[in-house]
Design a protein around this ligand. Structure first.
Ligand SMILES: C[S@@+](CC[C@H](N)C(=O)[O-])C[C@H]1O[C@@H](n2cnc3c(N)ncnc32)[C@H](O)[C@@H]1O
Length: 729
């Protein structure tokens, strides 16, 4: 059995092209995982059929046509869905307009081949946004016909090329189709190669437009439909527009559902070897945006050289593969080399762009698996140990013999172990083994299940040195009085979420203030949250699209409401604000991948210092301002924090000071209900409040957008009264 299929015959990958290995980097051997052969099958290069290909009866000879393309190393084809005769019909001015009927017979290819090897192209003459209303109506009618024929053929993907800056009618048809049709295929929206070639381009009125805004408007007109089905394709011609040259503009495509690049043959020059080659600027662009090997490359002939120089077809496909074939491989190698122990034990890749609800360890007891995940982060605990050593050093300078330390919220005890190690480290380093300082350790934990582990640890690892207190720390002052506990010299805690205070560390630690000495040191001493504006239609859609299965309608959620018993006996959590609003008005934890920051640096939001002897309120209200430097869609804000454990000993997930190798906290995301279009020079102001009542804490936020002309608009207030995201005390 050869294992060959009909598809192998259709798109054979092996050729006898003698120059093949010359035109591809000579550094890899065929047996390496990144060899030419591996790249041929891993990187998909397609051929877009154009009028230059048209031969007699092509619409009925798709199979031999594809076989020929396969020999030139193309592994799919972008073919007019109604056939080439219809696709290249030209309406004649003033005449009755009757386009040729769809005539691309399905039985010439197996259904699986239509599915996997053919991307249907909408006939280029179709222009639903034409100012000629009759022609626009005709175009609408025929666009629907072609969409239906794509379904009939069972194609998995199709492409429609935008000819205009503004295509609201085309978008409306696609929007209705995407939202209402059962048969789903991926829609590739192919952008023009520059704004200037658009049919409705006007030098004066189009000055603020770029290719990204053409796409973003189209996506918005399709109500930001899921990027799994609505994707964008960039066209690369000989001249690259500025927005493909400037990094901050190019990187916006990393936040969009980019499907493919259509590279025109006019972009190719000739290498010294005499073969077709792309200019360096084009290669850099492709490399920069090649975020995954699942992206596709499509060759579009804009010249007819290939008719006379058949071999150039393989040169094009090889040059395209060569441009990107190392990118993903090298990136992976770099990641593997740069990763540390913690990242190996926690496979962070699995978490990319996955929404996680922030933990609420105060109101919900954590389980053993979650504690186990925390404990993989060696770095965090090492830094805690260093902070405790620092505090013992300062306190121990007076020669004292004991130091009373309380670990508040001990979990399964990893910081307890570090505190005892810090004692040893301090005695070895600063007391040279003489007059050792003894740490008297108390561990307070309210999770009754974790107490089982703490007691076990005490007998097995800590030689019963630790006093385990099963209690909410806010009751500690009373308990300590009743049981005669000593006041602490040091309190140590780790009650922090991705946005710093969002696991209610301030409220918990304030609860022990009455029990402290004026000299008690708190580790941490201070923490600050930070924000940075971000763009990501993927995360926006993911948050919006969350749904609650019927049987999960009463599971604990994060709003203020409690589940209610229905008349039919089922329980349900009601969201008077609606499910979508409730989704958007929450804070998430996300290992951000498909996003870009819209500012170079973060700005601080809320700070808390401990001990809070002055009993300062933990309510906060801040306005944080950023000036936008490009056209973009603001999706919301990335949230981060840093933690001053003791003096200069810090932990941080704030990007500029991030603790290397620490994985305990992924960034927080504070979303807006809708993506907000901003332009270069606009100012955005995040107005965010931290509010408190007797039952809990919540954030409320909105964004004010100020245009350079002074005009101000505001997004709706989110999470008013903690309806959607309420952190219970
Ligand atoms: C984020 S976990 C950290 C656990 C542990 N220190 C570690 O680093 O692995 C916070 C712990 O504090 C406990 N906790 C939270 N609020 C508390 C409170 N008010 N009183 C006592 N324990 C609390 C939780 O049950 C949880 O075990």
């Amino acid at each position: 059995m050869s294992g060959r299929t009909y598809a192998d015959d259709l798109f054979p990958l092996k050729t006898d092209h003698p120059d093949e290995h010359m035109s591809v980097s000579t550094t890899s051997t065929p047996s390496s995982p990144n060899s030419v052969d591996a790249a041929n099958s891993r990187i998909h290069v397609g051929w877009m059929t154009t009028p230059m290909d048209v031969v007699e009866d092509l619409d009925r000879n798709v199979a031999p046509y594809c076989t020929k393309l396969g020999e030139f190393k193309y592994n799919f084809v972008v073919f007019p869905v109604g056939g080439v005769v219809r696709a290249y019909w030209k309406p004649v001015e003033g005449n009755e307009k009757h386009p040729p009927v769809i005539d691309l017979p399905d039985v010439q290819l197996g259904n699986n081949l239509w599915e996997s090897y053919v991307t249907g192209k909408i006939s280029p003459w179709i222009d639903c946004d034409s100012p000629d209303t009759d022609f626009a109506a005709l175009s609408e009618e025929h666009l629907i016909k072609e969409l239906n024929y794509i379904c009939y053929l069972g194609l998995q993907s199709m492409t429609i090329e935008l000819k205009r800056i503004s295509s609201p009618k085309t978008a409306a048809i696609m929007n209705k189709w995407l939202w209402t049709k059962n048969s789903r295929f991926i829609v590739w929206v192919q952008l023009p190669s520059s704004v200037e070639i658009c049919a409705d381009y006007d030098y004066f009125s189009s000055s603020n437009v770029d290719l990204w805004t053409i796409w973003a408007d189209f996506r918005k007109q399709c109500n930001n439909f899921s990027g799994v089905y609505l994707q964008v394709v960039l066209t690369i011609s000989a001249d690259l527009p500025d927005e493909f040259m400037e990094e901050k503009l190019v990187n916006r495509w990393k936040a969009e559902p980019l499907a493919a690049f259509v590279v025109e043959t006019s972009a190719f020059g000739t290498a010294r070897s005499g073969e077709a080659a792309l200019p360096n600027s084009h290669i850099s662009l492709l490399k920069y945006l090649w975020t995954s090997d699942s992206l596709r490359l499509v060759l579009r002939a804009t010249t007819d050289t290939h008719k006379y120089n058949i071999q150039i077809k393989s040169e094009y496909s090889l040059a395209l593969r060569q441009a990107v074939r190392d990118v993903h491989y090298k990136r992976q190698q770099e990641l593997d080399e740069g990763s540390n122990d913690s990242s190996h034990s926690l496979n962070v890749g699995e978490y990319k762009d996955v929404l996680q609800a922030p933990l609420q360890p105060l109101s919900e007891n954590l389980d053993s698996g979650v504690y186990n995940t925390f404990e993989q982060d060696k770095m965090k605990y090492d830094v805690y140990e260093a902070a405790v050593v620092g505090a013992l050093k300062d306190l121990g300078a007076d020669g004292r013999k004991t130091c009373v330390v309380y670990l508040l919220g001990g979990g399964r005890g990893p910081i307890g172990t570090k505190i005892l190690r810090a004692e040893k480290e301090y005695n070895t380093t600063f007391r040279q083994g003489k007059d050792p300082l003894k740490v008297k350790l108390y561990i307070v934990e309210k999770n009754t299940n974790a107490i089982v582990t703490l007691k076990f640890m005490n007998s097995r690892s800590w030689k019963r040195r630790v006093t385990i207190v099963e209690s909410d720390m806010r009751s500690l002052p009373g308990i300590a009085r009743d049981r005669g506990f000593e006041q602490p010299d040091i309190i140590v805690s780790e009650l922090l979420g991705s946005f710093g205070d969002n696991e209610l560390s301030p409220e918990c630690l304030d609860g022990v203030t009455d029990f402290l000495k004026p000299t008690t040191i708190s580790i941490p001493q201070k923490y600050t949250s930070y924000v940075k504006p971000i763009m990501s239609s993927h995360i926006h859609q993911t948050i919006k699209a969350q749904s609650i299965p019927y049987l999960s309608r009463a599971l604990p959620c994060h709003g203020r409401g409690e589940p209610e018993l229905e008349e039919d006996g089922s329980w349900v959590q009601k969201f008077p604000q609606g499910n979508v609003v409730s989704n958007m008005d929450q804070i998430y934890v996300v290992y951000l991948s498909k996003y870009i920051p819209l500012a170079e640096s973060t700005k601080p939001v809320f700070s808390f210092e401990h001990p809070n002897f002055l009993k300062k309120s933990n309510e906060r209200s801040e306005i944080i301002e950023f000036v936008m430097d490009r056209n973009a869609d603001l999706m919301g804000f990335g949230g981060y924090f840093d933690l001053q454990l003791y003096k200069t000993v810090m932990l941080s997930i704030e990007p500029s000071t991030q603790t290397a190798g620490m994985l305990s906290w992924f960034p927080a995301v504070i979303p807006l209900r809708d993506q907000l279009r901003v332009a270069e020079g606009d100012t955005i102001r995040l107005k965010i409040d931290r509010k408190i009542d007797e039952g809990g804490v919540w954030y409320e936020w909105r964004v004010e957008l100020k245009k350079p002309n002074g005009e101000i608009t505001s997004t709706p207030l989110q999470n008013s009264n903690g309806e959607s995201y309420y952190m219970r005390m």
